[in-house]
Every structure is written in C-alpha cells, then in structure tokens.
Design a protein around this ligand. Structure first.
Ligand code: ADP
Ligand code: MG
Length: 413
C-alpha cells in the first residue's frame, strides 16, 4: 500500500501486485480440499493478458503484441473414477455437477461453460474407454470483465489441468484452440483468439508477437523492470454496454472495407506509404467504413513498427518512439474506430499529462482497461493523476495494477 503525493490527489492510490504465485497455488489446493473433502492431484494456472498494441485487427488477419500479466487463474483439480464433471469457483457461487459424456453447447450456463467447454472441445482426444470425471476448484486473481481476459485465464488453466489429468498429449497450440472453441462454440461468447494465445504461449520477460493469419507466434524481449520502466494498468471500471453489437458492427465494417478494396483481408493492404494508402482508401465511398479501414491498416503497421524498434534494441533505447506509437494507437481507436468511452479517454489523457511515455486503451474497448508506459518511479504519481481526473469527472474510482510480462499457462504443483 502506497500513498499518493497530496499535491497530485487527495485520494491514496494502491498499485496492486499479484499475490505470490506459489502461495496462491497453495491457497487453491486448500480451497479444493475444503470444497471436495480430499486433496487435489495438482494445481495448474494461466495468466490474464494486456495487449501492448494491435487492437481490433485479429479478425482481419492482423498482427498483435500481447503479454501475459502477473495475475493468474488457478485450477486445483483431481481425476475421479467416474464421468461426473464437478466445478466450483472461489469467485462465483454457481456450481456444476454434470455427466461429462453429455456435454454439448447450451447444456451449461454461466461461468462453468468456459471450463466444461474446454473438456468438450478436447473430447475427440479422449479415448472412448477412458472415464472423463474430474473435480475442479477455480481461484482467479484476474479481475472479471475488466478487459484483462479473466475468461481466457479460466479456460487455459482448465485446459492445462485437463491435459495432465487425462494425459491427452496435446500441444500448447491445440490447447489454445480448445480454449477458443470453448468460448465461441460452447459458451457462445465472441473472441478472436488473441487472449488464449497470450495466456498459453507467453514467456516471462517477453511480449508475444502474434500473427493472426496463421496463429504463429514468437517471443519479443519486453523486459521493463531491468530498465526502470513499468506498465501501469488502469481498470476504469466503466460499465461495458452494447459490446457484442458494436463488436459485430466493427467486424462487418472492416469486412466491407476489405471487399471494396478487393482484398481478402485488410492485412493485405500496405500501409508503409502513407500517400498511397490515402489514395487507396479514397476508393471506399462510405466515410465511416473508410475510417474503420484506416484504423485496421495503420494499426497493423504500428505493430510492425513496434516490433522493429524492439528488434533494434532495448525498450529504454526507443522509449519515446514506442510511447508515440501507443498514443497513435489510442487516438486511432478513439477517432477512426470509435470504440473508446470517456473513462478510457480520460485515463489516457491524464496519464500522458502526468508524464507517461505513452498510453492507450487495451482490449476490445467500450470500457475495460488502459495501459501506460511509465518510468517505474513515476508509476504512483501517474496513477494518482488518473485517480484525480476520475474524481473530477465523477467517474467510479479506477483500480491500478503493475504488470510484469509473465509466464504462460502451466502446472504449479
Ligand atoms: P474478461 O475476459 O475481460 O475478464 P469476459 O466477459 O470475457 O471478461 O469474461 C468474464 C467471465 O469469465 C465472467 O463473467 C465469468 O463468467 C468468467 N470467469 C472468469 N474468471 C472466473 C472465476 N475466477 N470464477 C468464475 N468465473 C470466472
Ligand atoms: Mg474475456
């Protein structure tokens, strides 16, 4: 717990770090024992994520650069000699007890669908002679619905547990796909796959360069701590509203833009030559669709630019250029793509004014979280400035996190 300087704000700000990973795994094991009356076979976990840059491009075969955060979802689990799937969560009272052989879309509602969906998605991997019964206790640290992907952390922790309990022999990418299938086809939510890739495939100290065209990935050095830098996450706690409808509309606009430009996806458009891009975009008659295309095409280019800067040296060496790219990404999401809300814009403006190198919304928008690239020693000051701006606007108090690029999904004990 730390206090803000009184000059910046009357309110104290707390920058919450994730609880220690092994202690959290121990706690999940204890909660399992309290729930089910015996000790689990193991504990597995998977992290939430922030996207550093590359927003609203995944469904246009784009490029993105997420990283896993320190906050994780833990799954304590045990195999049982039955076919019952029993689920509990420390964050939600809803429980599930179902014959795992009968799982099908729409048979499960609420949060358990994200976990049951993973078992269902991995079904073809399970031999017919094998029982599918298991008990799973979920204990998550990723705030729910804050745009930090608690849903992927939940699915991917379950996927690790199921893989090991049933000895399925799946590759990490297969578990990514099972988690995506669970969310889209079983739980009926929409996801582009960025979240699950980041949650499973991220490496400590690195961001994950993700090519959404073929889901290929590679780690990119993103070690902020050793360079005196930090990534401040602000959960704006703005209510998400109309998200699904707006998401569908943006997808439709970008598909229409691709069609009018005569390309399969907007990934195929070259944005390196700005003048050429402007005259190409002039072919799109509708002004709104033109702006949507401008966002997607320039955002993919910004990911290339960030990737090139990180390949050329440490974050510290190019911190001003990296910050400018983060800023340009936010401005494009605000003006061209129109997926920000006042809380996101205010958090970003306040962070910039308080000395952040760059700041932007992260995730799908319409609420959720922002990130700010800051000097580590100024993180508290920037958070205090954001808190003060929120108070001034009469917004709910934001919640702050400091995120280190963390390791993807795996077994804890
Ligand atoms: P986000 O992924 O950004 O946090 P989503 O709406 O995609 O937001 O996912 C949030 C949903 O995931 C919750 O409403 C809940 O159903 C489920 N969820 C995530 N973590 C947990 C948890 N620890 N316990 C129960 N449900 C969870
Ligand atoms: Mg989610």
């Amino acid at each position: 717990m730390t206090s803000a300087p009184s000059s910046a704000s009357q309110a104290a700000v707390e920058l919450s770090a994730a609880p220690d990973r092994s202690e959290a795994a121990e706690r999940a094991a204890q909660l399992f024992e309290e729930s089910f009356g015996y000790q689990p076979d193991g504990v597995w976990s998977a992290p939430g994520r922030v996207n550093i840059i590359g927003e609203h491009v995944d469904y246009q075969d784009g490029l993105c650069l997420p990283m896993a955060i320190s906050h994780r979802c833990f799954a304590a689990a045990a195999r049982t000699p039955t076919n019952r799937l029993r689920l509990r969560s420390a964050q939600d009272e809803t429980v599930l007890d179902i014959d795992a052989r009968t799982l099908a879309p729409e048979t499960v509602t609420g949060w358990p669908a994200y976990v049951a969906g993973v078992l269902w998605a991995l079904g073809s991997r399970i031999s017919g002679a094998s029982t599918r019964g298991m008990d799973i206790l979920i204990d998550g640290q990723v705030p729910l619905g804050a745009g930090l992907s608690s849903s992927a952390a939940l699915e991917c922790s379950a996927a690790e547990a199921i893989e090991d309990l049933l000895s399925l022999g799946t590759e990490p990418l297969e578990r990514v796909r099972a988690a995506i299938t669970a969310e889209t086809d079983f739980a009926g939510a929409s996801t582009g796959g960025l979240d699950q890739s980041a949650s499973v495939l991220s490496r400590e100290g690195h961001a994950l360069f993700l090519d959404c065209r073929d889901f290929s990935t590679r780690p990119v050095p993103w070690d902020l701590a050793s360079q005196g830098l930090a990534l401040l996450i602000t959960d704006t706690r703005a209510e998400h509203s109309h998200v699904d409808g707006e998401y569908t509309a943006r997808r439709a606009d970008s598909e229409r833009a691709a069609q009018e430009l005569g390309v399969a996806t907007l990934r195929d458009v070259d944005a390196a030559d700005v003048a050429a891009l402007e005259s190409l975009l002039a072919q799109i008659p509708d002004e709104v669709v033109r702006r949507r295309a401008h966002h997607v095409i320039t955002e993919i280019q910004r990911v290339r630019d960030v990737d090139a800067l990180l390949a050329a040296g440490a974050v510290r060496e190019h911190v001003a250029e990296l910050g400018a790219l983060l800023n340009a990404s936010h401005d494009s999401l605000r003006d061209d793509y129109e997926v920000t809300v006042p809380q996101l814009d205010v958090a970003v403006e306040a962070a910039r004014a308080a000395g952040a190198h760059g700041a932007r919304m992260t995730g799908g928008g319409f609420g959720g979280s922002t990130i700010a690239l800051v000097e580590a020693e100024q993180a508290e000051q920037v958070a205090a400035a954001i808190a003060a701006a929120f108070a001034e606007h009469g917004f709910d108090s934001p919640v702050f996190f400091l995120a280190l690029p963390s390791e993807g999904a795996g077994q804890d004990r």
